[in-house]
Design a protein around this ligand. Structure first.
Ligand code: ATP
Length: 237
């Protein structure tokens, strides 16, 4: 079974690409969707988040994602520390869920599954994928799209972007880059042609005995993965 990673910067179009691939018949799991679901259904996680960020992030028994975003996205060290602490709580659980899904599809004999995730290279997961697709669009286009989607200000979006790995570096590490600088029609064509190639590519031969998604997670997951890099790169949940 091939395991494909889909990543890219905020507003680049990862979720849109994931949806187009689902329409094509691919099985695609989204880290964002899983983390949102876990944050509401995993009682232990919910309690830990309230302990970390305060009772103000809970409303009517549910976590208030807007209140959480206001506390973790921003330019201060405090925001950054909260974001890293939140990542340390959420990400191991999301990855555990991905591993369960991978196992299930292996048993079912599925030929391919894909995982759409903002954090991929940042946590060293690239070696666990057969191929990694990076979705790319110019910075201003991404900002305009996110502003139009969410009503966030351009400054908010730029602050979030500053928390992510540089898009140029992501592209350098990609097996495939999907350009999303144009229309949805153009994106649909690019997604289908890229998917067609990925579907006929062979499984990537293991580089070592423990070179798979599960081992990458079990051996490589480290709290330090969520600390800022020395060159100033930061991470986003
Ligand atoms: P995030 O990192 O915030 O989760 P994302 O990378 O998943 O973002 P999407 O949510 O897929 O990005 O796209 C951002 C917004 O831009 C969405 O409202 C989407 O509908 C829109 N969008 C994506 N691609 C295009 C396009 N080619 N033309 C017009 N709008 C687009």
């Amino acid at each position: 079974m091939k395991i494909i990673g889909i990543t890219g910067g905020i507003g680049s179009g990862k979720s849109t690409v994931a949806d187009l691939l689902r329409k094509r018949g691919w099985i695609v799991y989204s880290s964002d969707e899983i983390s949102k679901e876990l944050m509401q259904t995993d009682v232990e996680l919910k309690t830990a988040i309230v302990e970390l960020l305060g009772a103000g992030v809970e409303k009517d028994g549910l976590l208030d994602t807007d209140a959480i975003a206001a506390l973790v996205f921003g330019n201060s060290v405090q925001h950054r520390n909260r974001l890293h602490a939140l990542n340390r709580l959420v990400h191991p659980r999301v990855l555990a869920k991905h591993m369960m899904n991978i196992e299930r599809h292996r048993e079912l004999g599925s030929p391919l599954i894909a995982i759409e995730t903002a954090l991929l290279f940042e946590v060293g997961l690239q070696h666990g994928f057969d191929y990694v697709i990076v979705v790319d669009a110019p910075k201003q286009v991404c900002i305009d799209r996110v502003v139009a989607r969410s009503g966030a200000t351009a400054a908010d979006v730029e602050a979030r972007m500053a928390e992510q790995m540089n898009q140029q570096d992501k592209k350098g590490l990609a097996d495939f880059v999907i350009d999303n600088s144009s229309t949805l029609e153009a994106l649909t064509k690019t997604v289908n042609s890229t998917a067609g190639i990925v579907e006929v590519m062979p499984e990537r031969p293991p580089q070592s005995d423990d070179d798979d998604f599960e081992s990458e997670f079990e051996d490589g997951y480290d709290e330090d993965d969520f600390e800022p890099e020395e060159d100033g790169e930061n991470l986003k949940i």
